[in-house]
Design a binder for this molecule. Structure first.
Ligand SMILES: *[C@@H]1O[C@H](CO)[C@@H](O)[C@H](O)[C@H]1NC(C)=O
Ligand SMILES: *[C@@H]1O[C@H](CO)[C@@H](O)[C@H](O)[C@H]1NC(C)=O
Ligand SMILES: *[C@@H]1O[C@H](CO)[C@@H](O)[C@H](O)[C@H]1NC(C)=O
Length: 254
């Protein structure tokens, strides 16, 4: 008994002294990360919502599958807030939820939000759209499958943190909006991700000063073409131009 507690004490003491003091948000994120998992939970039931559900505060879905009913995914047509499954208000936390294939817009965050263990079984247009004006939104745990284009679309400002995440069969895990009518500097911090069969981890607009910080050593990559691409984005219309692919610089830190 004494020996066990002593061992525990020594182990803890060693852990505490070995844990670096977080000096930046990136260190903070990686120091307290959990292992990502690609084991999608089995839902006890499916709930088909007839309209988007607005979340304020915390909603724990108990791993129920939520969707918007048959035929709700209309391909890659850019949809709006009415087509979401969940609409998160400033400060909202959505956890332990499965988003099924029958939906168009997944989750939109109107302010800073937290998604914890939110699983997208089959992404339609995009999985998560971040519209916060500033601040930090965090997506941790959970994962997304079969996003022909984007998983996390950052249209607002501030920072998005993606960690302990799984992404399989995807176009882009993260993209800072390439042609939004209101453009600004955006940041993304990515760590502890299992990424399989995809084109791009992060796409940023170097002409608006975006910065992607990716802890590459913490990623488990398989058949992923590029860590980070820079683009020259437009304002309001047209298509952005790709500038660099899979090259590290101060816009793409990895
Ligand atoms: C996801 O994509 C894989 C590979 O393309 C495919 O085999 C699978 O059927 C797709 N799953 C869904 C739910 O569409
Ligand atoms: C912005 O880009 C998207 C995807 O590249 C495209 O579908 C959309 O039409 C563009 N929007 C505008 C306003 O040009
Ligand atoms: C990174 O490279 C891109 C493409 O050449 C460039 O537009 C951008 O300014 C560079 N970023 C920085 C911060 O130098």
């Amino acid at each position: 008994m004494f020996y066990t507690s002593l061992t525990t004490f020594i182990t803890l003491a060693a852990f505490v002294s070995a844990t670096p003091t977080p000096t930046s948000s990136e260190n903070f994120v990686t120091a307290f990360a959990r292992a990502p998992s690609c084991t999608f939970p089995t839902p006890p039931k499916t709930s088909s919502l007839t309209s988007a559900r607005t979340i304020t505060g915390t909603f724990d879905g108990g791993n129920i599958r939520f969707d918007r009913g048959k035929g709700a995914c209309g391909g890659q047509k850019e949809g709006g807030e009415k087509e979401t499954v969940f609409l998160l208000s400033e400060g909202a936390v959505l956890k332990n939820v499965i988003i099924g294939a029958n939906q168009a817009e997944g989750v939109h965050c109107l302010g800073s939000c937290t998604l914890e263990n939110v699983w997208f079984e089959d992404v339609c247009e995009d999985a998560v759209t971040i519209k916060q004006k500033s601040g930090i939104s965090t997506i941790r745990g959970g994962g997304a499958k079969n996003a022909s284009d984007k998983v996390i679309q950052h249209n607002g400002g501030g920072t998005v943190v993606i960690k302990d995440y799984c992404v399989q069969n995807f176009g882009k895990l993260y993209r800072s909006c390439g042609n939004c009518s209101s453009q600004q500097k955006r940041s993304v911090i990515i760590s502890n991700v299992i990424a399989t069969n995809g084109k791009l981890i992060a796409g940023v607009n170097s002409n608006f000063g975006d910065v992607a910080t990716i802890t590459k050593s913490s990623l488990q990559l398989s058949s992923v073409s590029s860590m980070c691409d820079t683009f020259k984005a437009t304002v309001g219309s047209g298509e952005p131009t790709k500038l660099t692919s899979n090259k590290a610089n101060s816009s793409c830190k990895f």
